[in-house]
Structures are given as C-alpha cells and as structure tokens.
Design a protein around this ligand. Structure first.
Ligand SMILES: Cc1cc2nc3c(=O)[nH]c(=O)nc-3n(C[C@H](O)[C@H](O)[C@H](O)COP(=O)(O)OP(=O)(O)OC[C@H]3O[C@@H](n4cnc5c(N)ncnc54)[C@H](O)[C@@H]3O)c2cc1C
Length: 398
C-alpha cells in the first residue's frame, strides 16, 4: 500500500512542497494529493496589481501537475482530524473525508482586521483574489479627486499605495503608517522611498494608529479623521482558523508550531509550511509571513518527509533572509539587502533596475510553481515499509 501524503493548499508553499515530494519519492511508493479550493495558481504577491486593473497570467493547476504523479483535488478544506488522520473537504458534489499518513498543512493566510471597528464592514483588502477583484471593481468606479487611504506602512501597504497612485494619478492617495515611513529600511532605502512616494503625490500620515474605519473616513488615535472614499486595509495577515480547531499545538494566532524540519511539535505526522507555520528563524525570531521565507520552509518539509520515509539524511538548512523586494509601482522598486535576521543592511538597489529585479523574482517564483519537476536532480528514493510504518506508529502514539 502506498504511503498517503496530503498537501493542503496550493499557494506558493503547498505547490512547491508537492512538486518537491514528487521529485524525491517513487510513484510506486507514495500517493501525493494536493488539495486546493481554486483550480488555478494565485500569485498572491501580485494582488495589488490585480486590484488596479492589471490582468495576471492564468495558471491552471491541471497543466502544471499533469504527469507528475501528484493528484489534484479541487475542494475546500473544512476541517482536519489529527486523531483519526483525516481531512474533511467539500466541493460542488458534496462533502468527503480523505485519509492521510503524512499531512502537509499549507493553507496560508488572509487579511487581519485586528478587530479594528468598521474594518470588516467598510475596508477593502488585497490578501487574496476575491478581495483584490472587489477593490478593482470599486477603484474603477472612483471619480478623479476621490480619496483612497491605504492603512499599513509595511511592504504590502507600500506596494498597494504606490501601485494605485501610479495607475490612477487622478486620485488622491494617502498612506497611514503606524510608525515612520519605511522606518525599518536603511537610510538610503528610506530616502528612495520618500522620493518615490513624493513623486507619486501620496500623502503620508506617520505615527498614525488607525482606530476605526467608517464609510467615508479613517479615524486615528490622535483624533484625526482622514477622508477616504475607499480604505485599503493592509495591516497584517491572519491564518485561517482550521488549524486552531484541531488538537495541533498552535500559537495564539493559530499558526502551527513546528520544529526545524517543519514537523508539528505535537503531531509528528503533520508538517506545516508558509504563513500557516510558526517557524523560528535566525536570531530566534519567528519567520515573518512571506514567500521569501515560506518557500524554503516548503523545501525543508518536503526533504524532511522524504528523508524520514527513505532513511536519508535529514535536511538542516538554516532559513535566512537575503533581501526585501518592494515594487513601487511598475517603473520603480526598492531592493533592501538585509542580514540573515531580516535587519536592513546599508546596501540597496533602486529605480527601474530594482523594479525589473522584483519582477524577475515574482516571475521566478511562479515559474517554479508551474514547473514542479524541473531543476533538482530527480533522485527518487524508495520508501521502506519499515520507515513508513514507523512514521505511522510514532504518529499514532503522539
Ligand atoms: C499584495 C501582496 C504582496 C505580497 N508581496 C510579497 C513579496 O513581495 N514578497 C514576499 O516574500 N511575500 C509577499 N507577500 C506575502 C506572500 O504572498 C505570502 O506570504 C505567501 O503567499 C504565503 O504562501 P503560502 O503558500 O503559505 O500561502 P498562500 O500563497 O496564501 O496559499 C494558500 C493556498 O491555500 C488555499 N486555501 C486556503 N484555504 C483553503 C481551504 N479552506 N481549502 C482549500 N484551499 C484553501 C488558497 O486558495 C491558496 O491557494 C505578499 C502578499 C500580498 C497579499
């Protein structure tokens, strides 16, 4: 009987994990199922582009995984039972239960309203495709001179505000940041950011803690009311509640706590990757939710699963940061080089070259997902019955 591996979520990390597992393990030995709600790959890192009216390349999974041995299951995950080792899914044909021997949880995240009053009712978000399409439709109906306030001065907020301002110079775009504009960047990075933001005519509200969102304005802690025909909320991501409803050990926010091989610390037959996982990075700091750190967690998990099933060497590659790649519209960008712990180094790359660099990074990530069997040596190793059984036994006693 083949060892059943189910990967939940085919975003950047789930898709990479499934592809890598298929490259590492023999088809005769494992049945890999990739479960995703959508039939095509969503490039989340381009949601601000989608929101301003750009059309993204269609990337159907059926083509990507054809011939790889990965079975695609298009369904919504509604629950996980880690005791019975089953996943509950639902699609147009009804509900169903899938049994696994090893689970890779990669359901990603959505937007985080942080409980700020009025946000859920009045704000728009770009953490996923439905939200970005809703904003796209709304932006298209705005008249010249109307105001758009982007809440959140992090990477997503900067990308959203600049993209909107570049595409719609007729709008009055503002950015509300809790701290100073780009205050984590190096002096050169900050200076470049200020220059671009100024050139695009974006009004910046610094040290602005947003305490409420209304239909026509955003309220801040110091009593300022920032007029907003449209509020775009980019103040962080929150994980889906599915993991929290299981017996898995999770953080208060619901991320699955894993060890260095991305294996759940409470349930050894479960692995978690990407935004859904709480992974300690360099300097004993949790990795932030990003593709930059999420994709290496997928590689690490796939290699660890393969190693455990075949008796190979466990991977022990430290996950570190190299740079933060920020698009500032289509013509400008900022590549901030960082230390392993994600602290800004002095060096930056700016201007059109940085925009091209960022574009190549996005293209490269999507290409990697779309070509799951490319690259790495295809050394498929044999799963030993004893190892597969040992894995299940450990899991059963957990
Ligand atoms: C606008 C924007 C710009 C960004 N820019 C960058 C950047 O420049 N660099 C960077 O490193 N990071 C960036 N990020 C963050 C990055 O996109 C995420 O960290 C990354 O997508 C996480 O990957 P993931 O695989 O964990 O989750 P996701 O990519 O979110 O994938 C999760 C998958 O699971 C599926 N799913 C979720 N729930 C269910 C369910 N119940 N049933 C079935 N399927 C389900 C989803 O449809 C999706 O396919 C950006 C994010 C946004 C929103």
């Amino acid at each position: 009987m083949r060892h059943r591996i189910i990967v939940l979520g085919a975003g950047y990390t789930g898709a990479f994990a499934a592809g890598r597992l298929a490259r590492r393990l023999r088809r005769e030995d494992v049945a890999i199922t990739l479960v995703n709600a959508d039939p095509d790959f969503v490039e989340r890192v381009r949601m601000h582009q989608l929101a301003v009216g750009q059309d993204l390349k269609s990337r159907p999974f059926s083509g990507m995984f054809a011939g790889t041995g990965v079975e695609l299951k298009l369904a919504k995950v509604t629950g996980v039972d880690v005791g019975r080792k089953t996943v509950a899914v639902a699609d147009a044909n009804g509900a169903e239960e899938l049994a696994y021997d090893t689970l890779v949880y990669a359901l990603g995240s959505g937007w985080d309203t942080q409980g700020v009053p009025g946000t859920a009712e009045h704000a728009f978000e770009i953490a996923g495709r439905p939200g970005a399409l809703r904003l796209r439709e709304r932006l298209a109906r705005l008249d010249a001179g109307q105001t758009v306030v982007v809440v959140g001065g992090g990477l997503t907020g900067l990308e959203a505000a600049t993209e909107i301002a570049e595409t719609r110079p007729d709008l009055d775009v503002a950015l509300a940041a809790r701290g100073g504009l780009g205050d984590w960047l190096s002096p050169k990075g900050r200076e470049h950011l200020r220059r671009v933001v100024g050139r695009l005519g974006i009004t910046v509200y610094e040290n602005a803690a947003v305490t409420g969102v209304e239909a026509d304005h955003v309220a801040t802690a110091d009593g300022t009311a920032i007029p907003a025909a449209v509020t775009v909320w980019t103040a962080g991501f929150a994980v889906h509640p599915i993991a929290k409803a299981t017996a898995l050990e999770v953080t208060g926010a619901g991320q699955i706590v894993v060890d260095g091989t991305m294996r759940s610390v409470s349930h050894p037959d479960v692995y978690a990757v990407g935004d859904a996982a709480m992974v300690m990075g360099p300097g004993d700091k949790p990795l932030r939710m990003s593709c930059a750190s999420g994709v290496p967690t997928a590689w690490q998990a796939a290699d660890a699963i393969a190693a455990r099933l075949t008796g190979g060497k466990l991977p022990n590659v430290p996950i570190r940061y190299f740079n933060q790649c920020v698009s500032l519209g289509r013509k400008e960008g900022l590549i901030q080089y960082v230390t392993a712990e994600d602290r800004a180094a002095r060096a930056v790359l700016t201007g059109r070259l940085a925009a091209v660099y960022k574009e190549l990074v996005c293209k490269g990530a999507a290409w990697g997902v779309a070509n799951p069997m490319f690259g790495m040596p295809t050394r498929r190793r044999r799963v030993t019955r004893e190892r597969a059984a040992a894995g299940s036994a450990v899991a059963a006693s957990a």
